[in-house]
Design a protein around this ligand. Structure first.
Ligand SMILES: [Ca+2]
Ligand SMILES: [Ca+2]
Ligand SMILES: [Ca+2]
Ligand SMILES: [Ca+2]
Length: 384
């Protein structure tokens, strides 16, 4: 009897122990009771708790409930100040645990600007305005060039991204919300017959390190699904040998075999060198010691035709590209975060973004006006 009694107690303890382990230990949920965050700044929460399903709901001050996430992670962001209730429901083996937090959203200490406030990265491909926009000075490092690029843009001057794949990444002093319709404006130097389209991508600083090392989502413009558009195109440019003998072309082309490139489809060609515009004849970024530079992205079909007078006409694409329409055309220079797609081309729903990237989307030479290169003249949040 005595032995049986001990056995019985052991089984009972085992049941209690097992049920405790199967139940959710609320200390491991990892969510605080209260959070304080300025408006238009992300609060990224995640739980390590065991469970099969998760639901994060937010209840606004006027009682509206919306689902923020059905995964382990949730991004909260609010435009309006006030107190919000966050409800996390975890389902584990049929057991439901509910954790509630209060999120207090405050006004920002320094009033936000609608215009971009920083250049995160400037990595242009070779091109005629490289070392000019911005101007390279002896000894400039990549970081110094990034600072200059930022100064140029904050002062209303433009920069050039060079040939295919060259890019810039910019950020703001707040996150841009994805509201109904267009969300941000991008400036350039396009005009009728001078469209040099750049692809636009966006990302969220999901790991909150202020670096654009997070997943990029391309905004799928009018050309995205066309058969002539090449995704994951990659080009490697090779530094021209010093003192190489130029092979002159027509109309001010100094060297038709100036910068050699090879792509990932077996293709090869050259960026031509010209002296038409008042620019440095050095196309290779002088702050780079690399002998080759590789860029990748979405390649659009060539957009030029040659008029009877010999002039190149670079036609615009329908919608969704930078440096495609003149700045005064606000509508066609404005972009909707809802156009975002992931690397598989699937639509993604983004509540907000932190970084915008613009990359030259064409690889072509246009005689006297040189290689096609996207210019960038700032970014503006349309929802602030
Ligand atoms: Ca939108
Ligand atoms: Ca990041
Ligand atoms: Ca250009
Ligand atoms: Ca341009």
């Amino acid at each position: 009897m005595k032995n049986l009694g001990i056995k019985y107690i052991s089984i009972l303890l085992a049941i209690i122990y097992t049920s405790c382990n199967n139940g959710i230990d609320t200390t491991s949920i990892g969510i605080e009771d209260t959070y304080t965050v300025p408006r238009l700044q992300k609060l990224i929460l995640s739980t390590g708790a065991a469970g099969e399903s998760f639901k994060w709901e937010i209840i606004s001050k006027n009682g509206e409930t919306s689902i923020l996430s059905e995964g382990r992670e949730c991004i909260f962001i609010a435009e309006e100040v006030g107190t919000y209730s966050l409800v996390l429901t975890i389902n584990d083996n049929g057991e439901e645990v509910i954790q509630t937090s209060a999120i207090i959203v405050l006004t920002e200490e320094i009033e936000y600007k609608s215009s971009m406030t920083k250049v995160i990265e400037f990595n242009p491909a070779p091109g005629q305005f490289i070392n000019d926009l911005p101007e390279y000075e002896e000894g400039d490092t990549k970081e110094r060039i990034r600072q200059k690029t930022e100064q140029y843009l904050l002062n209303g001057s433009m920069v050039s991204l060079g040939s295919f794949g060259g890019y810039i990444v910019v950020g703001f002093d707040h996150s841009i919300l994805n509201k109904e319709g267009k969300d941000f404006f991008l400036g350039s130097n396009a005009f009728t017959g001078s469209a040099e389209p750049g692809t636009v991508s966006v990302s969220i600083d999901r790991n909150n390190n202020s670096i654009a090392d997070d997943e990029w989502y391309e905004l799928a413009g009018s050309e995205y699904n066309k058969s002539e558009t090449i995704k994951n195109y990659q080009v490697t440019y090779y530094r021209p040998e010093e003192g190489k003998t130029p092979i002159p072309g027509k109309n001010g082309v100094v060297d038709v075999e100036y910068i050699k490139w090879e792509d990932n489809m077996g293709g090869t060609g050259f960026i031509e060198q010209n002296s038409f515009s008042n620019h440095s004849l050095d196309y290779w970024p002088k702050w780079s010691s690399n002998n080759s530079l590789t860029f990748s992205g979405t390649l659009l079909a060539s957009n030029y035709t040659i008029k009877s007078n010999g002039q190149y006409f670079l036609d615009k694409y329908e919608w969704g590209y930078a440096d495609n329409y003149a700045n005064k055309d606000t509508e066609n220079n404005s972009f909707d975060i809802s156009w975002a797609v992931n690397g598989n081309g699937e639509k993604v729903e983004l509540r907000c973004i932190d970084f915008i990237k613009v990359s030259t989307a064409l690889l072509q030479n246009c005689g006297q006006i040189g290689e096609t290169s996207t210019e960038f003249l700032g970014a503006k949040d349309l929802n602030l």
